[in-house]
Design a binder for this molecule. Structure first.
Ligand code: M6R
Length: 607
């Protein structure tokens, strides 16, 4: 889950690569490094454990004049976090950066040691470097050396290799994200783990498929070539115009990307119906409306899986189509029963989550039709699914997913409505557009009341345990609320079905434990009884529920009243925004690194 960037061109390459790394820091921040070919043709390497800022300090005062470089930001897998294990790894004139895991690294290392190679680091990445160098010794050609080396390694990886002698860069991947970019008729050439790093530089983006060699030349006639492993020209890549602007990668007036992304939700919701009813998304949605599966099998991870639970309710309650939600990391290991009459639905912000991709592959191999609800157009999931619905959340930078959850759930809502035949008439489309707008307005109004939520956070931030509870459609919101708090505030939090607490966890309740009780109009009385059970054991109650409920107000220590009127099945999405804000302000009180919480990476591309 590291971030890799490479650049060759006319501009200062170190600046471009450092900016790319800054944007990719969400992928890992255990260490950062850069290598470049200096004016005399020598390789310069700088790397440092810790955040990118440590690397920037190391670079201060150095001559950084270059037009060719590669860089890396690390999320450690093989080898502890230290300077030596940081990337790039270099031998002679060859330097590499790597994202992924080489599964047969130990065996290959032993073979290479036997023919005289000495290793400096504990990383699997250095094994690939050694392979490339041993092939270069024999063949003296970077492209074929990379091709030969890549054939020998197992597992999912992406590499960018730079050869100082010939001033060229070669990149290749299998099962890990990699994207190339160009601008001004090939004046600047780039490669990265995410198109996000290329915004503002590249005007054209290329998504190579697995095992396609991307070769960047730095001679007078600069070129970007795509080749197969047998070195024949390849057409296995997708070419797209860059559509994202620099605004999307800047925080603007906000202190954190997470807060900016929470605030973006109302506008994104309004734009979603426009996109699907009158825009580019129309064809995709209405083609999928014809599907008649016997069962829907949703696979996803983390927040995306919780959005899946919200979507399950849409399909089961109204469409009456059986729907199961699977954690993608578990799905393929339990030999699931799936068949041609099922629909495999995959949900992912990044479209690069290794577990979700593996679940999609399994479904495909069983001839199940695969449809993805995904944010990143051109991502691996997007390319490999039979059909896609984009969630149109824009770039999400905060490691804690917020706006993606909302857009996933709502895109799922549109799919369920379309499959039920309820979007055929214009009148119905207008009705749904109005409902989505109402949701957006309510979220706007909630955001204005942030100070109330902030106050609750200020009072409770130092409590040691939180139980988020909810029933029915609000149970997934309890799970998602607890996840948000855990990941950014580092507090122990659990999401529980309100009625389930008395079957064990209630033993943990005392005056130090907070219950965030989510109470929708659905199953209202029953949820109130569950809160009373916690209150009786002296738990601190924060109730989030209908604003006119005097009962709830009386029962709770802190009350956040919401207006559920007219939102019906969309109300869980509304309540979730309250939990997002609560987690944000608890984390702020605790002083954690909100956009880049410890131990996490935005896109989890290892299994
Ligand atoms: O990119 P994806 O939506 O596939 O990512 C899935 C999870 O890794 C992700 O939702 C994760 O749980 C977030 N950090 C939650 O905020």
């Amino acid at each position: 889950m590291c971030g890799i960037v490479g650049h060759i061109g006319t501009k200062n390459s170190v600046e471009i690569v450092l900016e790319g790394l800054k944007r990719l820091e969400y992928r890992g921040y255990d260490s950062a490094g850069i290598s470049f070919v200096d004016e005399t043709g020598d390789l310069q390497i700088y790397k440092k454990s810790g955040r990118l800022d440590n690397l920037k300090s190391l670079l201060k005062g150095k001559n950084l004049n270059t037009t060719i470089s590669i860089g890396h930001t690390r999320w450690a897998t093989h080898g502890e976090v230290n300077d030596v294990n940081s990337h790039p790894h270099t031998r002679g004139s060859v330097s590499i950066v790597h994202n992924g895991i080489i599964e047969n690294a130990d065996r290959l290392r032993e073979e290479l040691k036997n023919i005289g190679f000495k290793f400096q680091s504990q990383t699997d990445s250095e094994v690939f470097l050694a392979l490339v160098c041993s092939n270069l010794d024999e063949k003296k050609d970077l492209v074929s050396s990379v091709a030969e080396s890549f054939k020998k390694i197992e597992g999912n990886s992406a590499f960018v290799v730079m050869f100082a002698k010939t001033c060229e860069i070669v990149a290749i991947k299998r099962g890990a994200p990699l994207v190339c970019g160009s601008s001004n008729n090939l004046k600047e050439l780039l490669v990265s783990s995410d198109p996000f790093a290329l915004i503002g530089v590249a005007d054209t983006i290329f998504f190579p498929e697995d095992e396609v060699i991307c070769s960047f030349g730095q001679d007078q006639k600069r070129e970007l070539k795509f080749l197969e492993l047998n070195l024949k020209p390849s057409t296995r890549y997708l070419k797209k115009k860059q559509t994202s602007s620099l605004n999307s990668v800047e925080k603007g007036e906000f202190e954190h990307f997470m807060l900016k992304e929470i605030h973006e939700q109302p506008d994104l919701i309004r734009a979603l119906t426009q996109y699907y009813f009158a825009g580019v998304g129309k064809d995709a949605l209405f083609t999928l409306a014809k599907l008649k599966p016997n069962r829907i099998c949703i696979s996803a991870c983390g927040t995306a899986a919780y959005a899946g639970l919200v979507i399950r309710d849409f399909f089961e309650k109204e469409n009456r189509i059986p729907c199961v939600v699977e954690l993608a990391s578990e799905f393929r290991y339990r030999n699931p029963i799936i068949g041609e009459k099922d629909l495999g639905l995959f949900i992912s912000q990044s479209g690069e989550t290794a577990d979700t991709l593996a679940a999609q592959h399994l479904c495909k191999s069983e001839k199940v039709k695969t449809v993805s609800i995904v944010n990143v157009e051109g991502s691996t999931l997007y390319r490999e699914s039979d059909a896609n619905l984009l969630i149109k959340a824009g770039v999400e930078i905060g490691v804690a997913s917020t706006k993606a959850f909302t857009q996933m759930a709502l895109t799922g809502r549109l799919l369920a409505l379309a499959m039920k035949g309820e979007l055929e008439s214009e009148a119905n489309q207008v009705k749904i557009t109005k409902k989505f707008s109402l949701l957006a307005d309510r979220i706007d109004a909630l955001i204005v009341r942030t100070s109330e939520i902030k106050k609750v956070a200020e009072r409770l931030y130092n409590k040691s345990g939180f139980f988020f509870t909810g029933r029915g459609s609000y149970f997934p919101i309890a799970l998602e609320g607890a996840l948000k708090l855990k990941e950014i505030a580092y507090v122990h939090a659990e999401g529980y079905a309100s009625g389930e607490l008395k079957h064990g966890p209630i033993a943990l309740i005392d005056e130090t434990v907070v219950n965030i009780a989510i109470v929708g109009p659905e199953l209202f009385d029953k949820t109130i009884s569950n809160i009373q059970e916690i209150k009786a054991r002296k738990g601190i109650i924060v109730a989030i529920g209908p604003e006119d409920s005097t009962e709830l107000k009386k029962l709770s220590d802190y009350f956040i009243g919401l207006n559920f009127d007219g939102l019906d099945e969309l109300a869980p999405v509304y309540v979730n925004v309250c939990n997002q804000l609560l987690a944000y302000y608890v984390a702020k009180e605790k002083g954690t690194d909100i956009d880049k919480p410890r131990n996490l990476a935005k896109s989890v591309t290892v299994e």
